[in-house]
Design a protein around this ligand. Structure first.
Ligand code: HEM
Length: 158
């Protein structure tokens, strides 16, 4: 069976080397905490205001403020900063944490649409960092889609 990483690369069009170029520079040191807070606030403001109800409703059981904090703490930790996410929430285990949600190809594209817009309107993130972050986000989004498809194969009733 094809690995989840291989599926993520195929579906996202982003190979692993480009996805993990975020590990070549310390983006947390480069951008600072406030840039990550601004990005996640910008992103979730778009998600919670989405005119497409099917996507907005995926987030209905989470408070916007909590979702923002969960996200930027994960990004900070993954991009070279302190382990804020794990200190508060434990291991990231992203596939397991997304298990309750319908992470389809369509949902991944909508998530990435909002993230691209959020990156484009967060002035404290430079162009090169934006490209690196987007490659990581795109690859990870389709990694989660691959995890979701595995879940459906194992539990066809869900
Ligand atoms: C592919 C489409 C995606 C969908 C539909 C989706 C959906 C969700 C939802 C509904 C939540 C719960 C909000 C909360 O309470 O924090 C969540 C949490 C989270 N998502 Fe996603 N997500 C997607 C992609 C991603 C990607 C690409 C990443 C990372 C690059 C990511 C990282 C996270 C993190 C770190 C959390 C917080 C988990 C926790 O603290 O329990 N998600 N996501």
């Amino acid at each position: 069976m094809q690995s989840l990483q291989a599926k993520a690369a195929e579906w996202s069009g982003v190979d692993s080397a480009d996805a993990f170029a975020i590990d070549e520079t310390n983006l947390f040191q480069k951008l600072g905490l406030q840039a990550f807070i601004n990005l996640s606030t910008n992103f979730y403001t778009r998600v919670y205001d989405d005119e497409q109800e099917w996507f907005r409703s995926i987030f209905a059981n989470s408070k916007k403020e909590d979702a923002i904090q969960n996200q930027y703490e994960f990004f900070v930790q993954r991009m070279g900063g302190p382990n804020l996410f794990s200190q508060r929430r434990g291991h990231p285990a992203l596939i397991a944490r997304h298990r309750p949600f319908p992470v389809t190809h369509e949902a991944a594209e909508r998530w990435l649409h909002h993230m691209q817009q959020a990156l484009d309107t967060t002035p404290d993130i430079d162009a090169e960092s934006k490209v690196k972050m987007m490659n990581f986000f795109r690859h990870t989004a389709f990694f989660l889609v691959a995890g979701d498809e595995l879940k459906k194969r194992q539990n066809p009733a869900q």
